[in-house]
Design a protein around this ligand. Structure first.
Ligand code: DAH
Length: 349
């Protein structure tokens, strides 16, 4: 039989233990864990003490039960109190942490803007889409056939020298011109065709006006009775929308293997109106793109009958258009990601 006094002593020391431990609690989670140590219905120390009832002589059971019950009630009340205090403290420190000072100056949000080349790209797509053009995005890695041979520029053709090429393998290359897209479109679709193909092109070329990577936008129209005057009409509309109503174009004879005849297209100087200035080097005209009537051989290469169909094509350098439009004289400024430069070039506001 257990000694009642000893058991009472044990109850008292549990009480002291609780008082001692409660002092060191840091948060409500610790309080919860500590509560379990004493009051858990199975493992709790107070419950264990109650189990000693078996060992207490019958005539002392009542007194023993009362002692342990009192301890239990006291402990429950104590832990409730501690829990409340802890939660109150935690809430208070959360309020402190999350306090907003509404008098603080706001963090400035700087809205981004599209890259000048992207702005020009979107503007051109809008202009040509309003004339019924659809967009076809080609591939950046092409094979020799699509980039050159099908465009009437076979191996050893001297015109290949016009474009210093990055070869990936003897057969594959980084496209040097978006013209490669013309072939894919004509192979896939019967006329009428009216597409615009924007994208990155690559050439081993590097100076103030050339970059190894730049952007072009190809235009291709194939149908019955397409002529140079259709080309001139479309290009006039294009330059008027981009450079202003009084702008016009001039076609000069040129050479591209995939067009016959080929032309270089100049736009009347939008800076001086054609009188002659620094921008147009006194000539009144600025060269903006290459174009022409699709060479019969190119149509044949794509399985189209050149006696039935004819086409026009043009290739626009997007950086060149952007540089002229925003008065930038070095193509490198386009790719250096200098925010001070790029922020100034924003048509989208
Ligand atoms: N592909 C030519 C180049 O990169 C540009 C060009 C010229 C495209 C005449 C055309 C064209 O479609 O008809 O220099």
């Amino acid at each position: 039989m257990a000694d009642l006094n000893e058991l009472k002593e044990a109850a008292k020391s549990l009480r002291d233990e609780i008082l001692n431990n409660v002092k060191d609690l840091a948060n409500s989670k610790e309080a919860y864990e500590l509560r379990k140590v004493f009051l858990d219905s199975k493992q709790g120390k107070i419950g264990q003490l109650m189990k000693e009832m078996r060992t207490v002589p019958n005539d002392q059971k009542q007194e023993y039960g009362k002692t342990v019950n009192e301890l239990k009630q006291w402990a429950q009340a104590r832990f409730e109190e501690v829990d409340r205090a802890m939660k109150e403290r935690e809430l208070q420190s959360r309020y402190e942490r999350e306090k907003l000072d509404v008098t603080m100056p706001a963090v400035e949000t700087v809205p981004g803007n599209l890259h000048p080349v992207t702005q020009v790209r979107e503007e051109l797509i809008d202009i040509f889409a309003s004339m019924g053009f659809e967009v076809y995005e080609g591939k950046e890695i092409e094979n020799d056939y699509y980039n050159f041979t099908a465009l009437n520029t076979p191996q050893d053709h001297p015109a290949r020298d016009m474009q210093d090429t990055f070869y990936v393998s003897p057969e594959f290359l980084l496209r040097t011109q978006t013209s490669a897209g013309q072939i894919h479109v004509m192979e896939a679709k019967k006329p009428p065709i009216k597409i615009l193909s924007p994208g990155r092109v690559f050439r081993s070329d590097d100076d103030a006006t050339h970059s190894p990577m730049f952007h072009q936008m190809e235009g291709l129209v194939v149908d019955k009775h397409i002529t140079l005057s259709d080309l001139k009409g479309m290009l006039d509309t294009f330059v008027q929308k981009i450079y202003g109503e009084n702008t016009t174009t001039r076609l000069r004879p040129s050479y591209f293997p995939f067009t016959e005849p080929s032309v270089e297209v100049d736009v009347s100087c939008f800076e001086c109106g054609g009188k002659g200035c620094g921008l147009c080097k006194g000539t009144g005209w600025i060269e903006v793109l290459g174009a022409g009537i699709v060479n019969r051989k190119v149509l044949e290469n794509c399985g189209l009958d050149p006696d039935e169909y004819s086409g026009l094509a043009f290739g626009i350098g997007l950086e060149r258009i952007a540089m002229l439009k925003y008065g930038i004289n070095n193509i490198k400024l386009m790719f250096e990601s200098d925010m001070d430069v790029l922020k100034q070039i924003n048509d989208q506001e």
